[in-house]
Write a protein that binds this ligand. Sequence first.
Ligand code: ZN
Length: 160
Amino acid sequence: MQIADRSVASFHYTLTNEAGEVLDSSEGREPLAYVHGAGNIVPGLEKALAGHETGDSFKVAVTPEEGYGPRHPELMQTLPRSAFQGVAEPQPGMQFQGKGPQGAILVTVTAVDGDEVKVDGNHPLAGQTLNFDVEVTEVREATEDELNHGHVHGEGAPAH
Ligand code: ZN
């Protein structure tokens, strides 16, 4: 059967950026399973998967608009070190829960310069073209529970 709304598809993937660096991959793990049409994965990848069947392999370049969105410069801020209470030594790469325009966001420390700490609240993949290399491993009909919940219920997972 073909991937369409109300189906559950599983696929292996490798995600590379424009420089060809591997950012993420399902290699060595279970394939990723999702409910098609439920917004479980980025829109550009979901769109590209539609109509494919078990065994299909394809590549797709997902633009930021159909991926994790553009980068918002206003989410990059410089804060005084005193804003990090309870953190002895803020370091680049550390992540903290912060307040964004639409509620809680995850911010990443990008630089520390004396008393100034630069943070970035953008998704790490925002603004990037995402190159997916995909292999579809299974397509099946979603159960009513999965459709109601909007996510996949794995094998052996308790009913909820
Ligand atoms: Zn559920």
